[in-house]
Ligand binder design. Sequence first.
Ligand code: DOR
Length: 453
Amino acid sequence: MPETSKPTLIVNARLVNEGREFEGDLRIENGRIAQIGTGLSAREGDHVVDAAGRRLLPGMIDDQVHFREPGMEYKADMATESAAAVAGGLTSFMDMPNTNPPTLDSAALEDKYKRATGRARANFGFYMGASNDNIEAIRALDPLRAPGIKVFMGASTGNMLVDNPETLDAIFRDAPTPIITHCEDTPMIDAELAKYKAKYGDDIPAEFHADIRSRQACKKSTLLALELARRNGSRLHVLHISTADELELFERGPLIRADGSRKQITAETCIHFLRFDRADYATLGHLIKCNPSIKEASDREALIAAIGDDVIDVLATDHAPHTLEEKMRPYTGAPSGLPLVQYALLAALELVHEGRLTNAQVVQKVSHAPAQLFDVAQRGYLREGYMADLVLIDDAPLTVRREDVLSKCGWSPFEGRTFHSRIGATWVNGVLAWDGSQLVGGPNGQRLEFARV
Ligand code: DOR
């Protein structure tokens, strides 16, 4: 059963919302933000939280996670990963279709919603996947039941490559929801991989992942996605941009333009591309092997700048856990992906500490933008009447330790790193889910609703 929310008054907070930071109080009632103001007084029965000037943000909405269920529960499951999520200030997630079985029809989609209900600590949405032969299921998809349709235009974990040109065209023409793409050109990657295998066998040094999964492969595939979207008038969101080269392909400016229209084509990057670069393969090896690959320091810098410049619209995680045993295998056997939900928001806030971004920019990219882009109903903002998905940030340092990792895989690429802040509290649907040191209560995530007509 969902937890019931206790009337809660958060006082003396520094609210970050819709481009502003301001001192204020926020009242939670019946799972929603009932009131935002200054000098709000406690009513009888209110649980009062003194934020003492700490930042209060809308919870992060992560538009790209792999929680592995069904089929790969030995790596992760919805209960464990959503626990890690709320510990990291992430209150909603949208999960990818490369599970086993893959999410290729409405029955598989609804099975995932059923699995999450009563087990997920954060709110949940599930993407429908595309294959070379499920166009009818895509056409039949009710747009209120999924945030979008995921198209692997490059092969990655799971075998979901869509490379048939007619099928791609049909998907881009007929998709009833936004299309989200993984863009990497598989033939180019295969050709590079063959060269490195000829030289090193299976034990290719990890750093060359950046060259095998090359910048050229990213750009070629992204260009194809853009061409398909422009020709078909589709709504396209290109996931996990990893190179400076691709940035010039996207529109610069706010997701919601001055005239009120929304960008038709948008770009996402992920936290690991902002915090790691080629030099890190020497110490972290396959722990940071992911697709697309982490590339150069110059890419990292350009991507951070592109967030500030509104070329990148969304900052997500691509949380993709694998076991340590799997990650320790030689290059060709080590799967791609890393667990990120627990520390992504803290890692993003480091960019504020470094003076690269403002709090408001981070909130725009991790909370408002995913809500805007996927038409998420009643979430993603500090607004009266909206669901109370909130995160309080403590300005006390946190060093990431393996024993604190809640993801089932039990490791983090950030181990040993110290962040300047930590998650002081997370509320999901008005109920405390994380109190700063531990999980509180039971699973309280709800199915995301999409306000589409
Ligand atoms: O690194 C990645 N891991 N990239 C993907 O596209 C898939 C993901 C996974 O599922 O492991």
